[in-house]
Write a protein that binds this ligand. Sequence first.
Ligand SMILES: Cc1cc2nc3c(=O)[nH]c(=O)nc-3n(C[C@H](O)[C@H](O)[C@H](O)COP(=O)(O)O)c2cc1C
Length: 215
Amino acid sequence: MKGDLGNYRKSYEKQALLETNISDNPMEVFQKWFYEVDSNFNEGETNAMTISTVGLDGFPKSRVVLLKKYTHEGFIFYTNYESEKAKAILANPNVCLSFFWPKAERQVIIKGVAEKISSNMSDGYFESRPRGSQLGALVSHQSEVVESREVLEHELQQLEIKFEGKEIKRPEHWGGFMVKPISIEFWQGRPNRLHDRIRFSLNETYDWIMERLSP
Ligand SMILES: Cc1cc2nc3c(=O)[nH]c(=O)nc-3n(C[C@H](O)[C@H](O)[C@H](O)COP(=O)(O)O)c2cc1C
């Protein structure tokens, strides 16, 4: 019956995750998974990820941001450096990122430490953004209370006039963070709830240790 969530059930049958079939470097596994999901499953926004921070009020908070780059070092997203999440990160840089790709029946959970990227790198990305997004970054005092939508739209109009025909520079309060992972867990849905979970953790000598977790 529609609405009886107890009866919502899905059997996960598409793929398997076996130690023998994957790289011993989790960033390579991530790259492979991301590429497969992006190419073969129509997830909409493959790069949408949830980032959880521990706030200044002591509560965890999760919200979606877009992954804009990943390298062997870590995962980069962009935001307002005065937002609630940025204030949380600057006080406690330990964060959790997670991806859920339902069509591929996959989840990735990353624990890591976030740090601001260089201003050069943020400049480079800001310059590549469409003009509307650049102006939006100037207008938004992200996470602050705003009186009304009209206030925001009025401010946008004023800035459109001010910057007409001019280059828009990245505001200091906007830029990227890189999350450097300390553990990455890959979850692949399997039949009978016997899902595959492989976790990589960095040990004291900064080598990745691979372990299978019980579902
Ligand atoms: C699909 C999607 C993508 C988003 N991408 C970003 C992003 O890349 N950066 C960002 O700051 N906020 C992004 N947001 C908005 C955040 O979820 C959030 O509302 C905002 O960053 C303020 O969060 P905070 O007040 O906890 O700091 C996105 C939201 C959605 C639903």
